[in-house]
Ligand binder design. Structure first.
Ligand code: ADP
Ligand code: MG
Length: 240
């Protein structure tokens, strides 16, 4: 049985059909990669699933529960976490404080929240930076912060928006390893990712979007050889 079932999900901004009748399912324990050119509707899809943008129509079933149109905090409490393409840490708080904010969504006890935050910071391999202000961290470290803050809400399903985007090349393998470790921890992952090599490496399935529509869904190899995907996207990116 799928952990997430999206059907005919749609959203327009004025005349722009940012998402048009998007349907797909995600299996528990898998990594689903989402690809598509800029403006394809990838981030909007995440916003609709997680409640940050109100969908126009469709349905979103998470573990047998309809979460369509619910508020973000409600959806997060049910076990759907996310990270943002545009990072939004609290710059003047430390890494530890930032992650504790995530932990407080599930835990009122200060000590328990702190211990949990520390365990997660260790998991993302930033323990030595725990007392550094978020604004002092590099982009790669802030991506890990963002991931840690999302993990502190105990997601069963985690949506990651371009976790390797904008970080320097040498920090990418470490981030990719983290995503795999997350899956090994039992978290189901949906990841928006531009690097096709990473997609091929980590995804069990791939969803390809273009101009607000689903153009393909399948196993990575099928997607890589799909003519629509090549025309819309793969032909234009540097696959190096
Ligand atoms: P992607 O993440 O694939 O690059 P987005 O989901 O960010 O694409 O954007 C899809 C389309 O929707 C784009 O044309 C974008 O300009 C538009 N869009 C996204 N969010 C908004 C918004 N809040 N208001 C108006 N237009 C938006
Ligand atoms: Mg985006």
């Amino acid at each position: 049985m799928s952990i997430l079932k999206v059907e005919n999900l749609s959203k327009s901004f004025g005349g722009i059909h940012a998402n048009q009748d998007i349907s797909f399912e995600v299996q528990p324990g898998e990594i689903l990669g989402v690809i598509g050119p800029n403006g394809a509707g990838k981030s909007t899809l995440f916003d609709l699933i997680t409640g940050f943008t109100k969908p126009d129509k469709g349905s979103v079933i998470f573990q047998d529960q309809n979460i369509f149109g619910l508020r973000p905090d409600k959806i997060s409490n049910l076990g759907v976490g996310r990270t943002f393409q545009k990072l939004k840490p609290f710059a003047d708080q430390t890494l530890l404080e930032n992650v504790m904010i995530g932990a407080f969504s599930k835990e009122n006890n200060q000590k328990v929240a702190r211990d949990k935050a520390l365990e997660i910071i260790e998991f993302v391999q930033l323990l030595e930076k725990r007392h550094h202000y978020a604004k002092e961290l590099s982009t790669g470290q802030r991506k890990r912060l963002e991931l840690a803050r999302a993990l502190a809400t105990d997601p069963k399903l985690l949506l990651m928006d371009e976790v390797t985007g904008g970080v320097d090349q040498k920090t990418i393998p470490g981030l990719v390893e983290l995503v795999k470790k997350l899956r090994d921890r039992g978290v189901t992952v949906i990841t928006i990712e531009h690097n096709i090599n990473i997609i091929m490496d980590i995804s069990n399935h791939v969803l390809a979007l273009d101009q607000g529509k689903k153009i393909a869904f399948g196993q990575p190899k099928e997607i890589q050889n799909n003519q629509k995907v090549i025309d819309a996207y793969l032909g234009t990116v540097d696959a190096a």
